[in-house]
Design a protein. Structure first.
Length: 282
């Protein structure tokens, strides 16, 4: 199949997704190869519920947990610069009252053993403040579905983690012999990692992303939600996000996610970031 025919086929597949599925509203797709001789972006559906504005390839959208790749990249850049080490205990960069009692598993306190390595590699054993359900209560995810938009901060994340949830396992060993046995995907890890970055650089998170990634690597449509006016050249509103068939306005929540899910980007920027990430440029 020649490139023109392939691009037409890809666009048709996107349009079929919308026409044949009642719960897919505004997909975007980008395809590029490593040699640079094929590059295509496309979109289908409506960007904003009820406004009859077509989704376009340059419409900004929430990249959700792909944000964690930006947070990980920023961490590794600082590690390369010698501003932190993956072996640093959290207590080196975060307040003692935040770390104390953070990881108590089967009556043993592992809080002092937690390192940056455990956060970035999802091997801390810490529970997920967002999806895990406290006993007899709703998770934050469930609350957003049933109650609507609200905000939180790192202090609430730590409080939930310490007082309402239980760790999954002790922090994973980093040794080659013992490591690789246990991991648990937890948004808590990246909330804490964002706090570490802010402490190390003495800057707010949106400035850290800008200084380390989006400005030097020319990602003009990528910014932390809530800071688009100063960080991004685009003035477009991010496309709607949905829960099943319900469009959600989660402005407060998306600002609260921060390092674990708060970035807005564009398709071109996403493709460029992935290339930079995978080829080692970052």
């Amino acid at each position: 199949m020649d490139h023109s025919a392939l691009k037409e086929k890809l666009q048709q597949e996107l349009e079929n997704l919308v026409s044949k599925n009642s719960d897919i509203f505004n997909p975007v797709l980008g395809v590029a190869n490593t040699t640079g001789d094929f590059y295509w972006t496309g979109a289908a559906g409506e960007a904003y519920a009820g406004k009859s504005l077509p989704m376009a390839a340059d419409t900004p959208f929430f990249i959700a947990s792909i944000t964690k790749m930006y947070t990980a990249a920023a961490t590794m850049i600082l590690e390369e610069r010698g501003q932190l080490s993956l072996d640093d205990p959290l207590s080196k960069h975060l307040p003692g009252e935040m770390v104390s009692g953070l990881h108590i598993y089967r009556n043993q306190d592992f809080s002092d053993q937690l390192t940056i390595y455990h956060l970035i590699s999802q091997t801390s054993g810490l529970p997920d403040y967002f999806m895990d359900k406290p006993r007899g209560r709703k998770s934050i995810f469930d609350r957003l579905i049933t109650e609507g938009d609200f905000s939180w901060d790192i202090d609430l994340v730590v409080d939930i983690t310490k007082n309402s949830l239980t760790p999954k396992f002790p922090p994973e060993s980093k040794s080659q012999i013992e490591s690789g046995k246990q991991a648990n995907y937890s948004d808590t890890n990246y909330q804490l990692l964002g706090a570490v970055l802010e402490t190390v650089m003495n800057e707010p998170l949106h400035e850290i992303y800008a200084q380390l990634i989006t400005k030097p690597f020319e990602l003009p449509g990528t910014y932390l939600h809530g800071y688009g006016d100063s960080q991004s050249k685009t003035k477009k509103t991010p496309a709607n996000i949905y829960y099943r068939t319900i469009p959600f306005n989660l402005d407060k929540a998306m600002m609260s996610f921060g390092p674990d899910g708060g970035i807005v980007s564009t398709l071109d920027d996403c493709l460029r970031f992935l290339q930079l990430y995978m080829d080692g440029t970052l």
